[in-house]
Design a protein around this ligand. Structure first.
Ligand code: NAG
Ligand code: NAG
Ligand code: NAG
Length: 165
């Protein structure tokens, strides 16, 4: 599991967040391999000041699909997913409310690009905030499009279709 610290594209709403931004940049120095000196919350290897997100992308198509997730700071690379396989990644929430991930999806000759994580969509469809708890987003890729949900429910319960192929 990889944890990424986001220090770019920051929307500074007030000094409270500026303070935590400084704490994070002081201790983590933009490098995913560095750990925050005084962890308030531990993921498997890294520490987040507030809660952290894990985003899952599940392939519900018989054919293998290729997924390429990126943000302004990170490129997770191309991953090919067979039916029911998933790709997942984690990152800290807190100082950066501008966190954004986008992904290219390739299925045979079809290619789609959209944001797979942003603040508004995740608030609306993903797991609700709990202090220092992991929050999860699940994408389910189907032949008729892309669904987002807070849990890996049996389709279609709890899934919302947000994009077409
Ligand atoms: C976090 O992990 C470190 C070592 O990796 C450990 O020393 C520390 O006690 C942990 N903190 C919590 C709150 O679990
Ligand atoms: C990722 O895979 C797709 C589909 O196979 C390909 O078109 C694209 O060029 C690949 N991108 C990278 C960065 O390798
Ligand atoms: C998350 O992805 C890793 C590979 O990066 C995989 O080993 C793991 O099984 C995935 N987690 C779940 C819950 O499927």
């Amino acid at each position: 599991m990889h944890i990424y610290y986001y220090t770019r594209s920051i929307v500074m709403k007030n000094l409270f967040f500026l303070f935590f931004y400084l704490v994070i940049t002081t201790n983590a120095s933009h490098n995913a391999n560095n750990e925050i000196a005084s962890p308030m919350y531990n993921t498997t290897k890294k520490a987040c000041l507030f809660s952290y997100w894990t985003v899952f992308i599940y392939n519900g198509i018989q054919d293998p699909i290729t997924v390429h997730v990126q943000s302004g700071d990170d490129d997770l690379g191309n991953h090919t997913l067979a039916l029911n396989n998933n790709e997942n990644w984690s990152f800290c929430e807190g100082a950066t409310f501008g966190t954004l991930f986008y992904a290219h999806f390739y299925w045979n000759s079809k290619t789609v690009l959209f944001d797979v994580f942003d603040a508004d969509t995740s608030e609306k469809y993903c797991a609700k905030w709990k202090f220092r708890k992991e929050r999860r987003c699940f994408w389910l890729v189907r032949e008729d499009g892309f669904y987002l949900g807070a849990q890996l429910n049996h389709f279609p319960e709890g899934w919302t279709k947000l994009h077409d192929w």
